[in-house]
Design a protein around this ligand. Sequence first.
Ligand code: NAD
Length: 399
Amino acid sequence: MIVKPKIRGFICTTAHPDGCAAHVQEQIDYVKSKPKLENGPKNVLVIGSSTGYGLASRIVPAFQSGANTLGLFFEKPGSEKRPGSAGWYNSAAFEKAANAEGLFAKSLNGDAFSNELKEQAIDIIKNEMDGKIDLVVYSLASPRRTDPNTGEVYKSVLKTTGGEYTNKTLNTDKGEIDEVTIGAATSEEIDHTIKVMGGEDWEFWMDALIEADVLDSGVKTVAYSYIGPELTWPIYTDGTIGQAKKDLESSCAKIDASLKEKFNGEAFVSVNKALVTQASSAIPVVPLYISILYKEMKAKGTHEGCIEQIERLFSDRLYSGDPKLDEAGRIRIDDWEMREEIQSAVAGIWTSVSNENFGDVADFDGYQSEFLKLFGFGLDGVDYESETDTTTAVPSLAE
Ligand code: NAD
């Protein structure tokens, strides 16, 4: 079928298989242009590996370190009548490229919060990945979680934990600035958001992997967080999602202690840059902040996307012998975003940005083209007017 973008609010309900493949290839080419990783990982599990930061975290070890990868995600295959999800096509393209270089790449499509998926992953590690893994990347972003032990379903919310909060926001459909008022969460909503986006499931994963004896000596694990500037704190750092990220940091300390003792291993939280992904486009206020941030960082030559961020995470932090932790023990690859010169410029623009000057002070074109790229649209060399095969399979899931 011929696939065109269909945007509904902050999501695009279609994805282009060839465009997603071209987007993955762009990222692979970037990684290949970098020096090989010295002492990089060899057998990697990526939980949430199909889009955004998780996809980049699969591409970097595979193509910079020759690693075998097992990727987990929750995506929809396409049919002849309906395109599948972008993460499905990304994973198909990733596996094909990895296989072409003789790299082992397998995927599991299902609920990573469940015990079943953990068991299936452990089986593959035991039987097909030399029995041990040396890196676990935890990169899930999900609106809900079913507790695997009780069956209870928890839903996360994006609210403040103080009072009501009003600020500027971007209507990404219309490219217009609006005002948004975000209500305060109840204590139950805070608890539920922590259940979904906090560290419990990361701990469950690490416990299951330890129990199954599939972690290698010197194993590392990393999960991702965000802090950002004060203007986004009410909705992010001091909001419900920020509470979940605090919980992730507590889990990190527990996992780190246990890995140190048993495997001479390490656990990290890496604070990453604000970027256009399927998860971040759903957060009020953030897309406007990102549009202004992109303009400033591009002007200074310090702009990065997911692949540049994760390449730097691996080569300059995780595998450099010096992760350069902050005072709270976190990796900071948001360092370029948080530079004083960038943040003071963004804060100045924030106070004066309006529908009249938006086009000049923000990079909305950049925001929109990044957003469309997430779904495989707007890539060079892709023929968007011709029929394409929407039934593309992820090779390891077609077996
Ligand atoms: P994303 O939406 O691009 O990716 C989410 C991934 O999780 C996908 O692979 C999806 O298939 C998978 N997933 C969701 N629910 C699942 C389930 N039940 N079972 C299996 N897989 C499931 O999100 P992202 O922006 O790359 O976020 C990844 C992490 O990075 C999150 O922890 C997020 O908070 C963090 N982060 C994001 C940003 C940003 O600006 N985007 C900045 C800093 C940190």
